[in-house]
Design a protein around this ligand. Structure first.
Ligand code: SAM
Ligand code: SF4
Length: 378
């Protein structure tokens, strides 16, 4: 019996954060000194992770995407991929990475059973790379893209978060990558994860429980059981102030809509043709006439993609989340470590699916504040 949520969406895709640590410090994702991380002992072990994913596969989840933090800094990442590949019922194992460790890991990952890869890259200019990613080297990431292509992880997808004043003048350079390689270049809208850090106006965010008899709606669906409490929100205190990461107002000013990006590309190359990209999730895909590669647009903010949302997220410290854009999560780690059966864990998946909101509520000021993107598994 597949997992079906309250809005009749089939949930068959799990995004799995395998670590909350990272070797980069992208300005929109974490502060210069790094985001707070969970104690090492709180991170799921390889065996715990595989047990959870086996239960997920038995519940009908067919696609797993490994993310983080930076998934490739997890020492046993190749073995994690191999273990997932050995599970019955898994159709796809993909991974999102900053690409820095791909030159050495692309081939072993492909051999272990990885099927697809997304590589994040926000600039093609070395000096800017230092300002945006703040660690690593552009040429190593470019070698990583080549290594992934050579290892057959095709089509390699490039994730570019477009930011006004930081890299919006490189949109055409990124689009041009699709002219000579069969890459899928994906333009992503800057998302308000942790926009509230430093923004007092929405710091006291909380979600009211539904009154009996109310119609179910968005993040308000509420269900506590003896087994699990749905953790609703985390309230930031002054001590949590995040420094060195774009703050709320800087993020709002840097936001560029995908329609503006598309217009910029079409002004240079003419109307884009619709394209099909294998396993494209929420992206809308196009191509420049006769180009081998494609261009995709991910508009979490300006285009409502929630209606087709088919995913849950598992954090590196073992919490299952129904939605990236709304706080709220179910603890799997504590039950796992205190002897819960597979049937109990399967129930926790069902409870989480019941909490899946119809859509995000960003327009009402309800942005997630509890965890950074690196802690959520973007
Ligand atoms: N470290 C890996 C990477 O960078 O690809 C995986 C984790 S990262 C959190 C996953 C994706 O989230 C990256 O493509 C990154 O650009 C994107 N991301 C992080 N913070 C974001 C934000 N505030 N808005 C939009 N995308 C964001
Ligand atoms: Fe690290 Fe990825 Fe966040 Fe950049 S976007 S800081 S690479 S987790």
């Amino acid at each position: 019996m597949p997992l079906i949520d309250s809005f009749e969406r089939t949930i068959d895709y799990l995004r799995v954060s395998v670590t909350d640590r990272c070797n980069f410090r992208c300005i929109y994702c974490m502060p210069e000194e790094g985001a707070p991380v969970a104690p090492a002992g709180d991170l799921l072990t390889n065996a715990e992770l595989i047990r959870i994913l086996k239960i997920a596969a038995e519940l009908g989840m067919r696609k797993f995407r490994l993310t983080g933090g930076e998934p490739l800094i997890r020492k046993d990442i190749v073995s994690v991929v191999a273990n997932i590949a050995s599970l019955a019922g898994v159709d796809e194992i993909s991974l999102t990475t900053n690409g820095y460790l791909l030159p050495e890991l692309a081939l072993p990952l492909a051999q272990a059973g990885l099927t697809r890869i997304n590589i994040s890259l926000d600039t093609l200019r070395p000096d800017r790379f230092k300002r945006i990613a703040r660690r690593g080297r552009l040429d190593t990431v470019l070698q990583g893209i080549k290594a992934a292509t050579d290892a057959g992880l095709c089509p390699v997808k490039i994730n570019c978060v477009v930011m006004k004043g930081y890299n919006d003048d490189e949109v055409l350079d990124f689009a041009a990558l699709s002219l000579d390689q069969s890459l899928d270049v994906r333009f992503i809208e800057l998302m308000p994860i942790n926009w509230s850090a430093g923004d007092d106006s929405i710091r006291d965010y909380s979600i009211p429980a539904l009154a009996p008899g109310s119609s179910r709606n968005s993040v308000q669906l509420y269900a506590n059981t003896e087994l699990a409490t749905f953790r609703q929100s985390f309230v930031h205190t002054a001590d949590d102030k995040i420094l060195g990461q774009l703050d709320a107002s800087q993020m709002r000013r840097a936001f560029v809509s995908t329609s503006a990006i598309q217009e910029c590309i079409e002004a240079r190359y003419g109307a884009l043709e619709r394209a099909e990209v294998k396993v494209n999730g929420p992206a809308r895909s196009y191509k420049i006439a006769n180009a081998p590669g494609t261009l995709s647009f991910i508009s979490q903010i300006t285009n409502d993609m929630c209606v087709n949302c088919n995913r849950l997220r598992l954090t590196a410290d073992g919490f299952l989340r129904p939605c990236l854009m709304a706080d709220g999560e179910v603890d799997l780690r504590s039950p796992i470590r205190s002897g819960a059966s597979d049937a109990d864990i399967a129930d926790l998946f069902r409870i989480t699916v019941l909490h899946k909101p119809a859509e995000h509520r960003l327009e009402d000021g309800l942005a997630p504040i509890g965890r950074n993107m690196s802690q959520l598994g973007g």
